[in-house]
Design a protein around this ligand. Structure first.
Ligand code: CTP
Ligand code: MG
Length: 226
C-alpha cells in the first residue's frame, strides 16, 4: 500500500558556524535563498504531496511571504523550530495529522537536492523499506581520533558512507523513534536515520544520494558549489 508523501524541510537553525547577519538558509545563492532552492525542488517533484516548513522563531511571517511570492501550493504548514535539529524535526513530523504517511525529512541548508534523489527515496519506501537514508561513499579515509589527537582507528573506506538528506520514513516509525529518544533523555541527535537506528524500531537502509547535494555549513561550502 502506498501513502501520501510529505516533505518536512528543516530551516529552523541559526547557522552559527556559517556566521553573518541572517541564518545561512536565508542567504542568496544564484538569485535565490538557499532554503527557497530546496523548497522549490520539493514543490516541483510530482511525487511529493505536501510540505511542512520548519522556520526559526520570528521568521514565520517571512515564511508565509516566501510561500506567496514563490507560489508554493504544497506548503500546508509553517511551524516554529526547536532548540536542536532533533527537536525541530520532531515538531515537523508532529505537524502531520495523518495516521500513516511517507515522510521525507530534508535539511533546508541543502539547496542542491534533486528530484532524482527524492524519487529514489520514495521508490525505496514504496518497495517496503520503513527507514531510508541517502548518502555517498566516502572518497577520503576516515579515522577515529582519541583524546589528545591520537589516531585510534583507520576505518575501512569501502564501508564508510557520508550521510545526506532527504531521509525517508514511515511516519509511524519516525514518530516512535523520536518519542523513545525523548523518553530516554536523548536530545541532540543530528540525524533522523540515527534516531531510528538507536531505537531499534526498524532497519535503516541507504540509497545513493548525490555528491552535489552538499550541506552548506561554512562559507567555504558555497564557494565550492558555485
Ligand atoms: N535545524 C533546525 N533547527 C535547529 C537546528 C538546525 O531546523 N534547532 C536545521 C538547519 O536549519 C539546517 C539543518 O537543520 O537546515 C542542518 O543543521 P545545521 O547544518 O547544523 O544548521 P545550523 O544548526 O543552522 O548551523 P550551526 O550548527 O552551524 O549553528
Ligand atoms: Mg546545527
Amino acid at each position: 500500500m502506498n501513502f501520501k508523501a510529505v516533505a518536512v524541510i528543516l530551516a529552523g537553525g541559526r547557522g552559527e558556524r556559517f556566521g553573518g547577519g541572517v541564518p545561512k538558509q536565508f542567504v542568496d545563492v544564484q538569485g535565490k535563498m538557499i532554503v527557497e532552492m530546496a523548497v522549490d525542488t520539493f514543490e516541483r517533484c510530482e511525487r511529493i504531496d505536501e510540505i511542512v516548513l520548519v522556520f526559526p522563531a520570528g521568521w514565520i511571517e517571512f515564511a508565509d511571504n516566501l510561500r506567496v511570492r514563490n507560489g508554493w501550493k504544497k506548503v500546508i504548514k509553517v511551524i516554529e523550530g526547536g532548540k536542536t535539529r532533533q527537536e525541530s524535526s520532531f515538531k515537523g513530523i508532529s505537524a502531520i495529522d495523518d495516521e500513516e504517511a511517507y515522510v521525507l525529512i530534508h535539511d533546508g541548508a541543502r539547496p542542491f537536492v534533486s528530484e532524482e534523489v527524492i524519487n529514489r527515496v520514495i521508490d525505496k519506501l514504496e518497495s517496503g523499506a520503513s527507514a531510508v537514508i541517502t548518502g555517498v561513499p566516502s572518497t577520503d579515509t576516515v579515522v577515529r581520533i582519541e583524546d589528545g589527537g591520537i589516531v585510534g582507528e583507520v576505518l575501512d573506506r569501502n564501508k564508510i558512507w557520508l550521510v545526506q538528506t532527504p531521509q525517508g520514513f514511515l511516519l509511524s516509525v519516525i514518530r516512535k523513534a523520536h518519542k523513545l529518544a525523548v523518553q530516554e533523555g536523548v536530545e541532540d541527535v543530528s540525524d533522523d536515520g540515527g534516531l531510528v537506528l538507536r531505537s531499534g524500531v526498524a532497519e535503516v537502509v541507504v540509497v545513493e544520494g548525490d555528491r552535489k547535494n552538499v550541506k552548506i555549513t561554512f562559507r567555504e561550502d558555497l564557494g565550492m558549489s558555485l
